[in-house]
Design a protein around this ligand. Structure first.
Ligand code: ZN
Length: 274
């Protein structure tokens, strides 16, 4: 039996979860709610720049857990593939600037491109940016996405595929992200989480609503859906993982309500259901 959550010391919130807030508002709101970890999405840095974002985060004393997101490597043309690689180099610089130890990679896919070719291009893209990541002291986390996104967002759709890819690099700066929304259905999940132990970098939580109204922006708060979250957290922690539990919720519904109240619901649900 996995032990219940005792406090908020390992709770992290993604800035996309409170999308209407600026970075400054998110920092203030999270601290008011007792949240100590923050994963910063690039659109929240963009309006103020790396330096200002870094200063605000450092002044807050919060733990910067990771930067979201890099990846999206596959493309139809060589020029676009290079542009994608260049954008990942910038993301690595941003992570280094704000003190984020990890860049999470949404691998990417091109509609109509065979998934194997997509995975080949993803691995090539990671290889191309890896020296820069290592020099910056930033790790790269491959996040497998739910198969419903295999058309356009990720040719990596199981934790097994992400583990295979991470292991192929044999490099301390390449690992994986486990996001319960994407992998909860997988019959191999327990085995693959155990296998990910040496390179499990980050852990994302939320819930799967039934019926899901939108394939991207209808994620639920923990306890609202059918994901066996505590069981999965138990598997993750059995590996020795002692990092943050990161709440990542894309939701048109929750983005339209008072964000501080939404955050209070998140902290309550986290203690109750995570
Ligand atoms: Zn995620």
């Amino acid at each position: 039996m996995t032990k219940a959550i005792q406090d908020l010391s390992r709770l992290c919130v993604h800035t996309i979860t409170t999308k209407p807030w600026s970075l400054a508002e998110a920092i203030a709101g999270y601290q008011k709610a007792g949240v100590q970890g923050i994963t910063v999405w690039r659109p929240h840095i963009e309006p103020i720049g790396n330096e200002e974002a870094a200063k605000r985060l450092a002044d807050s004393g919060m733990t910067v857990v990771s930067l979201c997101r890099g990846g999206f490597f596959p493309a139809e043309t060589e020029a676009q593939r290079q542009a994608n690689i260049d954008d990942n180099l910038v993301a690595i610089d941003e992570a280094q600037a704000i003190g984020a130890p990890v860049v999470v990679l949404v691998p990417g896919a091109v509609p109509g491109m065979p998934l194997e070719e997509g995975r080949r291009q993803i691995a090539d893209g990671i290889a191309a940016v890896l020296p820069h990541a290592e020099a910056a002291g930033v790790k790269l986390a491959i996040e497998p996405l739910h198969p419903m996104y295999a058309d356009s967002r990720s040719a990596v759709i199981t934790l097994k595929q992400a583990n295979d890819m991470a292991e192929s690099f044999k490099h301390a700066h390449v690992g994986v992200t486990v996001d319960v929304y994407h992998v909860w259905w997988d019959p191999e999940l327990e085995t693959e989480i155990r296998r990910a132990a040496p390179h499990l970098l980050t852990f994302h939580i939320c819930d799967w609503r039934t019926p899901t109204q939108d394939l991207v922006t209808d994620r639920g708060i923990m306890g609202e859906g059918c994901i066996p979250l505590r069981q999965i957290r138990g598997w993750v922690e059995d590996t020795g993982f002692d990092g943050f539990h990161e709440v990542e919720i894309f939701s048109e519904e929750y983005w339209s309500v008072d964000q501080q109240e939404f955050l209070n619901r998140i902290t309550k649900a986290y203690v109750q259901h995570a």
